[in-house]
Write a protein that binds this ligand. Structure first.
Ligand code: HEM
Length: 128
């Protein structure tokens, strides 16, 4: 186990599974987001579970399978505008609630994701 990590505090892999499923269910329905995602989100969700596991201090499944995340570079093929960043974070905020991630962990995770999401923007709004 992973004592003292957010991963363990929120309930480990079961909670990450619930969170990621709740998140992509929202992405699939969001008018600003679904056009840039694949129709089948199975593989995307699998990778996101691997990533969030290590992001929160748990097992490094993402790096084991895919190498260094290089998240900004991996997002460059997609036009990530400020409104898409806000949409992504809104889906994640709702998913954290649905997965019953408790405070203070919910806010701590959301703050870290907000920081990372800001780093992912690569396109100004008017080019959307
Ligand atoms: C992949 C969009 C933020 C983690 C992707 C993909 C898209 C996308 C379109 C490709 C899906 C696929 O082809 O399977 C966005 C948008 C964001 C955002 C619009 C808004 C800011 C983030 C953040 C994180 C993240 C904040 C991490 C906390 C990932 C991961 C992948 C991914 C791990 C899979 C990369 C791979 O193919 O190995 N994202 N993303 N994304 N995203 Fe994001």
């Amino acid at each position: 186990d992973y004592p003292g990590t957010l991963y363990e505090a929120i309930g480990g892999s079961a909670t990450i599974h619930h969170l990621v499923e709740a998140f992509y269910a929202r992405v699939a329905e969001h008018p600003d987001l679904y056009p840039i995602f694949p129709d089948d989100l199975t593989e995307t969700a699998r990778k996101q579970k691997q990533f969030l596991s290590q992001f929160l201090g748990g097992p490094a499944y993402y790096t084991e399978e895919h190498g260094h995340p290089m998240l900004r570079a991996r997002h460059l093929p997609f036009e990530i505008t400020p409104s898409r960043k806000d949409a992504w974070l809104a889906c994640m905020s709702d998913a954290l609630e649905e997965a019953e991630v408790e405070e203070p962990f919910r806010s701590a995770i959301f703050e870290r994701l907000t920081h990372t999401a800001q780093h992912m923007m690569n396109t100004p709004e008017d080019r959307k």
